[in-house]
Design a protein around this ligand. Structure first.
Ligand code: ADP
Ligand SMILES: Nc1nc2c(ncn2[C@H]2C[C@H](O)[C@@H](COP(=O)(O)O)O2)c(=O)[nH]1
Length: 350
């Protein structure tokens, strides 16, 4: 067991002991149970922590998740400040060197060549995937990254050797699963946004990378809506914002976007398309939920809401494309949309 992991376990046991002693809650887990649970998920936790430098509370059972998350995150942050892994050392063995030494393969080492990074944002079933497929067919040299939906539908549980569909769980019981879902979705977005771009992209004259949604929509659209709807409680929302802000501050430059393409569709149109698509997990999605998400998009991208505390996020240029109109069978609409995107991308500084 690595020294870092030992240290976490030790801190965790101490946290458990502390709770038992001061009686601050009535359902404290005995330290032995905490250790047992932690060892079960330790390998995954460690991997994740090394990748993202934080503990993923979703991997712990609900009791730990709700009672200990703050302590755990705090301890991990402290660990990160003192860990010899931070600057790279013998502790790096077996870890992803890429994530610890991003600059080695980062495009910043290639003078004069910067990748323009954009995200496509929009409500559920607004047509993001369809639009990305369209862009893919006309701009084959661009790199387009779809949302990792499959990963959310097939979460591998190591302790029970089974797959869980987190998207299904989320829609079945949003109050139980929203925090867990946002942890996974945000992590996967971060990972995608800071990952070393594909080799072929770096060889291009004007490389462009487009993501389906971003770590910004994760927070300013979904997590915020879920909190306002009561599915994230105060503690969960506070914690989410704390580690999200921390990640933005830590990885800010590498995860930064140069532009956002907002596919703007009415909630009613999205509902129509959602029904047409008929994804099995989304049977319970209502127009009112889509309205809520629409309002979050509008607040963030159109009105530039003041509660978005990072100025650089408010300053990202936004291209608004109205997509209520059918374009799958209309070549002139498709051409118009693609032309707008090309113009927008060309206007970005990168
Ligand atoms: N402009 C459009 N006109 C008509 N149908 C569309 C349009 N865009 C998407 N669709 C259809 O709507 C459904 C949802 O689109 P999709 O691209 O999966 O949305 P998203 O990725 O935003 O969730 C799909 O069945 C797709 O074929
Ligand atoms: N609670 C959240 N749900 C999310 C998030 N990102 C995506 N989703 C859901 C919405 C859809 O049901 C599904 C895929 O989205 P599409 O719009 O691409 O169809 O996943 C999120 O951050 N939080």
């Amino acid at each position: 067991m690595t020294p870092v992991l030992c240290h976490i376990l030790h801190l965790q046991v101490r946290a458990g002991d502390q709770r038992s002693q001061d009686g601050s809650n009535g359902v404290a887990d005995p330290p032995s149970l905490v250790v047992e649970r932690l060892s079960r998920c330790a390998r995954i936790v460690l991997d994740q922590m090394m990748e993202f430098r934080l503990l993923i509370p979703m991997l712990c059972p609900k009791s730990i998740r709700l009672l200990n998350t703050r302590t755990l995150v705090y301890n991990i942050w402290r660990l990160m400040e003192t860990s010899p892994c931070r600057g790279g050392s013998e502790h790096m063995a077996g870890m992803s060197q890429r994530s610890l030494h991003p600059q080695a393969t980062d495009n910043s080492t290639k003078p004069g060549k910067t990748i323009k990074k954009l995200s496509v944002e929009g409500n559920i079933a607004a047509g993001k995937s369809t639009f990305l497929r369209l862009l893919c067919s006309v701009q084959q040299e661009w790199s387009l990254m779809a949302e990792p939906l499959r990963k959310w539908q097939q979460v591998h549980s190591t302790s029970q050797q089974k797959m869980d569909n987190l998207l299904q769980l989320l829609y079945d019981d949003p109050t139980r699963w929203s925090y867990t879902f946002q942890t996974l979705s945000c992590m996967s977005r971060f990972k995608a946004q800071i990952e070393t771009p594909p080799e072929h992209l770096l060889k291009q004259q004007d490389p462009v990378q487009i993501f389906e949604r971003s770590l910004y929509s994760d927070r300013f659209v979904f997590a915020k809506a879920l909190f306002e709807l009561g599915h994230l409680n105060e503690i969960e929302w506070t914690l989410y914002q704390e580690w999200h802000s921390f990640l933005i501050e830590e990885f800010g430059k590498r995860a930064a976007l140069d532009g956002i393409i907002y596919l703007r569709a009415s909630p009613e149109k999205c509902f129509e398309r959602l029904q047409k698509r008929a994804r099995k997990e989304e049977k319970t999605v209502t127009v009112s939920y889509l309205k809520k998400l629409h309002d979050q998009h509008e607040g963030w991208l159109m009105e530039k809401a003041a509660d978005i505390s990072f100025q650089h996020i408010r300053d990202i240029p936004v291209l608004v494309l109205e997509v209520d109109e059918e374009f799958e069978d209309d070549a002139s609409v498709r051409e118009h949309l693609c032309h707008k995107v090309k113009e927008f991308v060309a206007s970005l500084k990168g």
